[in-house]
Design a protein. Structure first.
Length: 301
């Protein structure tokens, strides 16, 4: 009997070898979920919530030589609400209710720098489902003021194309690394037109730009744990959410918007965790600032 038992153990060990090898292989896929919410910031207005799921695929052989290339699909829903959630009169609102359901496809090419192109297709209006979801959530989960969603923006289909570039300047090596990344970008479409210039500074154990979770790069299992500060200045030509001229509400987007974010990132094996606090200056005349939290989790395989 002991001999049979030893043979059984040997067989298990042999069977586990391919599994162990597979588990150490570089992952080529990733699923992520994320949620934005302003409720915890005690505002509950303007950008009220966002909820999304991402799928990323790393190409084994890309279009260009000596690069890391990957494609990502992001499906998300967002809700925008006025300061006064109880009123049904447009004259008492500082902005209209608006829901957005979007599918964004992005393609990245990473060397020592990173280039990204994004194509967004989406629907603004009741068909986005954002209004119905928020009313259900406020009524049944948080038991808070149920937004009226009166005078919601009508159904509209929109597209955007965005291009961005990132490069990294390392000021100190890991484990107590410090690096700065400029982040210029431009977006043109029926929903938004703007140019953006900004940067990011990272403190801690962060991988190079072509391997880091900071830019959604997958295929690397090296541990990352760091804090980051982000700042952007946006020159706005179009924001369809504010291009309105209606009785009781005349609004145009501000031409200059500032964005700031503070984030914590951690990657352990195939798991990635992020928590961020975001601040956005007024997007239109008469509106206040936007503050919200974002939490996300991603799993590579």
């Amino acid at each position: 009997m002991p001999e049979v038992f030893r043979s059984f153990l040997k067989m298990l060990c042999l069977m586990s070898l391919p599994l162990a090898t597979f588990s150490q292989e570089s992952p080529k896929n990733q699923i992520a979920i994320w949620h934005d919410n302003d409720f915890l910031t005690l505002t509950d207005r303007y950008y009220s919530f966002g909820l999304g799921v991402d799928y990323t695929r790393k190409w084994k052989q890309g279009i260009f030589k000596n690069t890391r290339e990957q494609i990502r699909f992001q499906l998300y829903q967002k809700a925008y609400t006025p300061d006064n959630l109880r009123t049904s009169s447009l004259r008492d609102m500082d902005r209209r209710y608006a829901g957005f359901l979007g599918l964004e496809t992005s393609y990245t090419v990473a060397t020592q720098d990173l280039f990204e192109a994004k194509l967004l297709l989406g629907i603004i209006g009741p068909n986005s489902g954002a209004g119905g979801f928020q009313r259900w959530y406020h009524k049944n989960i948080v038991q808070y003021v149920v937004p009226s969603w009166a005078e919601e923006m009508p159904n509209q289909f929109h597209t955007n194309l965005s291009l961005s570039y990132k490069t990294e300047w390392q000021l100190a090596p890991i484990p107590f690394g410090v690096s700065i990344v400029p982040t210029p970008s431009v977006t043109y479409g029926t929903k938004d037109i703007y140019a953006e210039m900004g940067g990011e500074i990272f403190f801690g154990r962060k991988s190079p730009i072509r391997k880091s979770m900071a830019y959604g790069q997958i295929g690397d299992l090296e541990r990352e744990i760091y804090f980051s500060i982000h700042w952007n200045y946006r020159w706005v030509s179009r924001n369809v959410l504010f291009e309105q001229n209606l009785p009781g509400l005349i609004q145009e987007p501000n031409s200059h918007v500032k964005l700031t974010a503070y984030k914590f990132h951690h990657r352990f094996n195939k798991n990635e965790y992020r928590v961020g606090y975001y601040f956005v200056s007024s997007e239109a005349e008469g509106l206040g600032n936007i503050k919200y939290l974002q939490v996300s989790y991603a799993r590579s395989f």
